[in-house]
Design a protein around this ligand. Structure first.
Ligand SMILES: Cc1ncc(COP(=O)(O)O)c(C=O)c1O
Length: 377
């Protein structure tokens, strides 16, 4: 029986043609025509004027914080329900993370908790230097009130759209909302360069600064001159060629993941205690991963029993992200709320959702979920 992965990479078809072109041109470097074109094509698609292609989304987060001047002792507020990369980047610059709970309607950063927290922080005279809002599992956070609260207090907003390329919020693309926004092209993402990322923004000086820092902070001199510490974070021209082929196929991928989500909802929606991650009314999710929570008492089995049963059928499922405030690496940092994210972690599963998943494969997943041994079935 072939293994079904959570989110396997899928080739669009013309990657080799573009790769051949990159090889023939001898641009085997972390810069070149495909890097420039990939940046320009992403800018056009997201309607953001400036972008720098990077070796990972994590590098994008790190550079966003650097460019904003976030440093030792500054606070950065962020969603607690996220992948560790979001919080790791905060620590790279020596800043202090403050974790904010999710709202139920989108599972993303709760805008009311953020606004209230920022008001209180302003009164206490200790506002954060930046907020990072994560667009989780293919769905945008409620970005209008989040951006409004940040603007009101003159706090920079970074949009971590690593999981949400192709989604929209009130008709506008994910990745176009932050003062700076990041994307990831890691192997499990909706488009992939095997590893890669991008930092985007409206201020040319910020993206120029990020590009400079990502290129070892090399000064424009004949010799190697460095006035600050830099990083080796740029994307290879070979990988940018792959990214361009993938990006041209984005909309079909969104449709494929949405179709998988619709299938799971109809095939499993009648199971007692089972509820799918809601699609908030303000936007269109890609359903990068289809996720659901299950009430163990009503369903008769908990999320680990489901994941164990999937594993016996060679199907890869995952728990929903473990909130950052529960991670030993971030123990002791302040958290605003946290109970919603804790429940989503305790009860949440992610089902195979890759854009190459076949109808036969998703039937197999649904059958395996239904066949989970339950105490009351
Ligand atoms: C929410 C989120 N932020 C950041 C990242 C980091 O991206 P990368 O793996 O490209 O460094 C990921 C995933 O990989 C992610 O899911």
């Amino acid at each position: 029986m072939s293994r079904i992965y959570l989110s396997a990479p899928e080739l669009a078809g013309n990657e080799l043609d573009l790769l051949r072109d990159a090889v023939a041109s001898n641009w085997i470097a972390p810069l070149g025509p495909h890097v420039d074109a990939f940046e320009a094509e992403m800018c056009a698609r997201l309607d953001v004027p400036h972008a720098v292609a990077l070796s990972s989304g994590t590098a994008g987060l790190h550079l966003a914080l650097e460019v904003l001047g976030v440093g030792a002792g500054d606070e950065v507020w962020l969603s607690t329900l996220t992948f560790a990369a979001t919080a790791n980047a905060v620590r790279y610059v020596g800043a202090v993370p403050v974790f904010i709970d999710s709202e139920r309607v989108s599972w993303n950063l709760d805008p009311a908790l953020l606004a209230q927290g920022l008001d209180e922080a302003a009164r206490a005279g200790r506002l954060p230097k930046a907020v990072i809002a994560v667009d989780l599992y293919g769905q945008c956070a409620d970005l209008d009130p989040i951006a409004q609260a940040c603007r009101h207090h003159e706090v920079a907003l970074i949009e971590d759209a690593a999981e949400a390329l192709g989604a929209t919020y009130r008709g506008r693309p994910a990745g176009s909302f932050g003062d700076l926004s990041i994307l990831s092209f890691n192997g499990n993402k909706i488009i992939t360069t095997s590893g890669g990322g991008m930092l985007l923004g409206r201020r040319k000086d910020w993206i120029d600064r990020a590009r400079y820092l990502a290129t070892q902070a090399r000064e424009p001199a004949r010799h190697y001159e460095h006035t600050v510490v830099g990083y080796n974070y740029r994307l290879s021209n070979l990988l940018a060629a792959v990214g361009r082929a993938q990006l041209a196929d984005l909309e079909r991928r969104v449709e494929a993941r949405r179709a998988t989500n619709a299938f799971y909802r109809s095939a499993l929606g009648d199971l007692p205690g089972w509820s799918f991650m809601p699609e908030a009314p303000y936007g269109r999710s890609t359903f990068w991963l289809t996720c659901a929570t299950l009430d163990a008492r009503a369903f008769g089995a908990d999320r680990d029993a489901v994941l164990d049963h999937l594993a016996t059928d060679e199907i890869e499922g995952r728990p929903v992200w473990k909130p950052m405030h529960l991670q030993p690496a971030f123990a002791g940092y302040r958290t605003i709320g946290g109970a919603v994210a804790e429940q989503l972690f305790r009860d949440g599963v992610c089902l195979p959702s890759g854009s190459s998943l076949t109808p036969v494969q998703r039937e197999r997943v649904a059958a395996a979920v239904r066949a989970t041994p339950r105490s009351r079935s």
